[in-house]
Ligand binder design. Structure first.
Ligand code: FAD
Length: 326
């Protein structure tokens, strides 16, 4: 009999991903409705210190799997551990972030367990005793509510910045279970980890994103977006046309074949609003579009539209925000 709601607590270099805390918030509500325990699973090397934070954000029990071989993420190592734990303890659901790592891990864990996976979800609730996942389809034009009544544990990944984390309760206690994790036959060998150092927030976790499209006209011109981003504490994104033209690296691409983002504020500069771009940013809470074409599609989804030349408007915004924010 399956029991308990599990959240995979994603961490990088000993830092928990914000999306994991958001999922704990949704997991807590779901577990309470079901009268079940909420468990978090931590995998890595020397990660047990993060258990306290997970308890404060709502976990009742934390499984900690530590091993030198788990220092860096590998699909083989992490999926063996997570699927192995799920086989042993039989949870009802395993919830993960829709991050680069989470997408990779969830697919393999679901395959190992021979179960179902709902990807890129924006909500989860209970209806007639069934766990129901909400997920966008047709590039965000419609939403489906999906259930997998037969699949246990059902796996699901959640888009960052959409769910709300619970208020942390300092000092809240949880049971910590140290797991004897010994992954075998890991085929991926990590030789070197090359980190891109940036003072700006990570694109998928940023509250504010300033994004540029083909209308930026050159890589050099992205500097004006960076200036605005730095005043706002924002990340910088790009459309695929800007990436294909060499104005920005692929790591900055937002959209169907790039990253999915859901910031509080998305400022689209010189982006026409193709459906594949909207697929990656359509769930942003407030969208501001700057485009010289009043008929541009982006204005159909924008909360605020500025029809004008971005090379005039962006520096003006930077100047005014500098005055406001010091
Ligand atoms: P354009 O459509 O060329 O728009 C440029 C805009 O800039 C225009 O609206 C113009 O009016 C405006 N502009 C120009 N100069 C100025 C100025 N000085 N001031 C203000 N405005 C100005 N696209 C993505 O973004 N992400 C994806 O992940 C993605 N995946 C794709 C996957 C597939 C399978 C396919 C087929 C396409 C995908 N695309 C993706 C491409 C997508 O269809 C569009 O081609 C792309 O989004 C267009 O980028 P853009 O808006 O920057 O360029």
């Amino acid at each position: 009999m399956a029991k308990g709601i599990w959240v995979y607590a994603e961490q990088k270099n000993g830092q928990l991903k914000k999306v994991s805390l958001e999922i704990l918030g949704a997991g807590r509500r779901l577990a309470d409705q079901l009268g079940e325990e909420l468990c978090a699973v931590l995998i890595g090397k020397e990660v047990a210190g993060l258990a306290g934070t997970l308890a404060e954000y709502g976990a009742d029990k934390i499984y900690v799997a530590e091993n030198d071989a788990l220092e860096n993420y590998t699909n083989d190592g992490y999926s063996q551990v997570l699927a192995g734990l799920a086989e042993e303890y039989q949870p009802m659901a395993i919830l993960l972030g829709y991050t680069v790592l989470g997408r990779d891990l969830a697919a393999r864990v679901a395959q190992r367990l021979g179960t179902g996976l709902c990807t890129d979800c924006t909500g989860v609730d209970l209806e007639d005793g069934q766990i129901i996942f909400t997920r966008p389809i047709y590039a965000g034009k419609a939403f489906v509510r999906a259930a997998c009544p037969e699949a246990r544990p059902i796996c699901a990944t959640f888009r960052p910045n959409v769910l709300t984390a619970a208020q942390p309760q300092p000092g809240r206690a949880a049971e910590v279970v140290m797991v004897d994790a010994r992954p075998k036959d890991i085929r991926q060998i990590i030789k070197e980890v090359v980190c891109q150092v940036s003072s700006r927030p990570e694109l998928t976790e940023a509250d504010i994103i300033v994004s540029g499209g083909r209308g930026m006209k050159s890589a050099e011109n992205f500097k004006i977006l960076e200036e605005l981003a730095d005043v706002l504490g924002a990340a910088v994104g790009a459309s695929r046309a800007a990436v294909d033209a060499g104005y920005a690296p692929h790591s900055m691409q937002v959209g169907q074949t790039g990253k999915t983002v859901s910031p509080v504020l998305y400022i689209a500069c010189g982006i026409s609003g193709a459906i594949q771009h909207l697929a990656g940013m359509g769930s942003s809470k407030v969208i501001v579009a700057i485009n010289k074409d009043p008929e541009a599609n982006i204005f159909k989804v924008a909360d605020y539209g500025i029809v004008g030349d971005l090379f005039e408007v962006v520096p003006l915004l930077t100047r005014e925000f500098k005055k406001l924010l010091g």
